[in-house]
Design a protein around this ligand. Sequence first.
Ligand SMILES: [Zn+2]
Length: 295
Amino acid sequence: MVESPSAITRRHALALSLGCAALTPWHSSGQSPETQSLPSSTAVPPPVTWAPRPAFIGGPILFRSNTFSGPATWLGKTIVFRPGGGRFSALAGVNLNQQPGRYPLVLGGETIEVRVATHAYPSSTIRVPQRYVTPPREVLARIREETAIKRAAFRSSPPDRLWEGPFVPPASTRFTSSFGSRRIYNGKTRSTHQGLDYSASLGSEVRASNRGKVVIAREMYFEGGFVLLDHGESIFTLYMHLSAFHVAEGASVEKGVVIAKSGASGRATGPHLHFGVQWQGTYLEPSTLFGLWDS
Ligand SMILES: [Zn+2]
């Protein structure tokens, strides 16, 4: 991000547009491996498996156990192992700014070390209309209002699990731009891409990635047509640049139902679907999420 005083408003606006950076600093969730003092214990921790293996920075993690249920601690956050598919599971992730290393999963008073590997993310240069890099004064109030709506939505997730089983892709097309790429907008503002961009011609069907509740379905400045689904446990999926809504705020949706049509609204270079996944304030690499239940 540019650090000159004149860039603050722009940076703030951009961070808000990405829905997360202003709420949860990238660096807030981690504990470095050097500062962890792991309890020395001869007790055997409950058997837990996870995918992907190794876990990686910016990626989701699905922890599973045949025997352990209840709360656990991972990267300073509480996660809960709940029944599903004949086992207990908890869906979590690793912040993109976490250092690679070994981190403790603490459950039932025991600690399991989980290796988090590094991951290479590309860079790209994007050209968008200048009003999305330096928003004009007259839209700043609108952007602030929309930020408050998003913040409230991200804080309102119930502790219960609404999602069930695998998350599915929101579109049947290829994704053309990856999560985690460092982006430079119009040669100036730097940002990190916090989702996947699916190639989707105008009006393509957009489907709910899992069961959840529609907490936002409206037009926003940066997102354009925007749907935010709350899957419980502070797990959200985001769908942006939409041209039509097929669901209303407050509705419950089942996995795979059509929730919207794709478009090119908001800060978009052309028709596509931006799809994001957020876990406890951290954006995660979505494509890995779809395969976690296969292993
Ligand atoms: Zn995108």
